[in-house]
Design a protein around this ligand. Sequence first.
Ligand SMILES: [Zn+2]
Length: 117
Amino acid sequence: MRECNVCRRERPNRKYVHEGKLTCKKCETSRWKSFLRVLVLAKNLTAVERLSNRIGYMGTSFIMLSPYLLKYDNLGAYTYIAGACLSIPQVFIAKQWNLVAVNVNLLIGYGLYILNT
Ligand SMILES: [Zn+2]
């Protein structure tokens, strides 16, 4: 007999998977925990995904900053283009095609805006 570290009940040794186990079989395989395990996808990001995520955050901050910089000699248009260029790899790798379209639209729109001014 030993005490489970989750439910705190005294259970016989046959209720544990092996001698070193502190959690009883019932607590390890409860329906709620198996349901929660189904919901969570354990996904390890590749190096390219991590790098593109960090660059994407930088691009997003450029895009967030841009509306406030537009009135300062059109500096905001350049930061919009920089933000779109930095964000495209992240959304492209994640296959978020709607956001790829938005960023390409930013590139084209503000590219034409800079060319016309
Ligand atoms: Zn237990």
